[in-house]
Design a protein around this ligand. Sequence first.
Ligand SMILES: Cc1cc2nc3c(=O)[nH]c(=O)nc-3n(C[C@H](O)[C@H](O)[C@H](O)COP(=O)(O)OP(=O)(O)OC[C@H]3O[C@@H](n4cnc5c(N)ncnc54)[C@H](O)[C@@H]3O)c2cc1C
Length: 582
Amino acid sequence: MTTRLDRPAPEAAGAAGVPTPEALDAVLTGPDGSGALGAEADSAERFPAELHARLADFGLSAHYVPPEHGGSLDDHERLLRLWHVVARHDVSAVVAHGKTYLGAAPVWIAGDADQTTSMAAAVLSGRAVAWGLSEPDHGADLRHGSVTAAREGDGYRVDGVKWPINNATRGDFMTLLARTGPAGSPRGHSLFLVDKAALAPGSARPRPKVATHGVRGADISGLEFAGARLPETARIGAEGTGIETVLLALQLTRTMCAALSSGAGEHALRITARFAATRLVQRRPLSARPRPAAILARCAALLAGVEAASLVAARSAHALTGEMSVTSAIVKPLAPAVTDAVISDLAELLGVRSYLVDHHEHGAFQKLSRDHQVVAVFDGSTPVNRAALAQQFPRLVRGRAGAVADTSGLAEAVALGTGPRPLDHSALTLVSRRGCTVVQALPRPVGDDGPPGLAEHVLALHDLIDQVTGLMAEIPPAALPAMPAYELAAAYELCYAGAACVHLWTACAEQHADEPLWQDGLWVRAALRALTHRMTRILRIAPPVPAPGDDELDAALTNRVAEAALHGAPVTPFGIGEAHGR
Ligand SMILES: Cc1cc2nc3c(=O)[nH]c(=O)nc-3n(C[C@H](O)[C@H](O)[C@H](O)COP(=O)(O)OP(=O)(O)OC[C@H]3O[C@@H](n4cnc5c(N)ncnc54)[C@H](O)[C@@H]3O)c2cc1C
């Protein structure tokens, strides 16, 4: 079998001249094939400069600029795969480099021609953009931010502190949310593009780097404005539209954060599967024991669900754009919550090696475990996103009842590896009028010629979706949702992941027929079982009755994942970081 390490080095660009995730993987892998370039910078709490330079040479920044502005951001599936590759090497590196995508996104949505042109030129030349929302006294509560931009002469005077902000010190630009109207009003803030080099000396001072539990090398610092002067032309969009633009941009950035989870999760699974296959306990490999095999299989299955949801969500930015307020609020909490649980379970299997810093694969597991914890916190925490989804429960309930769906958008969202339609930023909306096509258009099994047990798993998912949406219908709309709303949002996220698995299985099974994880529907059956079991624990109800073939799932999936891990083959069904000929 060809392994990851003995493949010929790929060209940086694929057949159509587009850089591939596989090429990026080769760029990031150290000379010994360890992929441990970030470990040293992390232990010294130093910026991951070496990896960052490699990402710059690769041209990753071009994938942050839409094609209409001269870049290569024509496919969010590709960007997701590229970030996944970086994250599986070093979450810090993607946190540091990817921030520019987040900082620039509002400009693509609401910037004028001069702003998009200058932002595109800056990003394409490798300059870094920070995203200045948080303040010491206000995190997610954007409406009450206290940094002010007061009208003065023909521009604005900015005062206050943005903190903690990624790349606040190293960044050349900051997209800044500042108050221009009444506090607490949805139209009380405006967004500005701050070119730090153009500010008067001393009017914007960096706050010191903050020590963090994970992503230790990243520049998490702040910027203190003291009478900084901005011209009127620095304002992005009309005065008072800052929060709306931020909320639209977050729909894209929150969705793409899933790559950090899938990459870290895949790394954890690969390390642990290799260990479980080779570690002998009483002369038997750990992976041959029923309990470790069941844990490994469950983790692989849940990560398959995360991958499926992430891929469909990233493609939905193009294909189901008007639903991104729902999609992003589902995927942003789903991916880190499931991946944190997976990492915790895998740590149990890895035992003491999950805890050692300088041993066993360069201490990669403890590092990824620390690094990944931030994904659930930044760019909108898990509770913040669940509260946002709860606001849209009535539409999701109606959408499920009426089986409302954009079928052509869905077909495009699940056609992995095909170029999606251009992203129309003007189609992003604050609420999804249709609800969620991915869940609402879940197909029902037809005939019995599929893999054994798959039809039963799909029917169990349908039944749970009905139960979850039934309970959602009983939740009264409220500005401050009560506890059950958060639990139902978490359950709905799992409905989405399950539906994404079924859609991708239906669309892609034929083209993957030769791959071990796809044979007999292994991954999709295991993923549906793991996702529905997790859902029933949230709902405090009994899990679905076992489907035919469930008895053999754990051993079969564990064997195939362990085999893949030993040979450098994809350990997850979509080989999300693999090039797949793109
Ligand atoms: C490594 C790192 C990088 C960061 N990078 C950036 C950056 O580049 N730009 C930037 O602007 N910020 C950045 N942040 C800040 C981060 O996004 C904030 O910490 C985040 O907004 C959450 O704010 P908070 O927890 O400080 O406070 P709060 O928002 O006050 O939250 C306090 C608690 O209340 C919960 N909560 C808040 N609102 C709600 C709600 N509506 N419903 C339910 N629960 C709620 C939160 O989940 C949290 O548990 C970064 C933080 C870290 C750690």
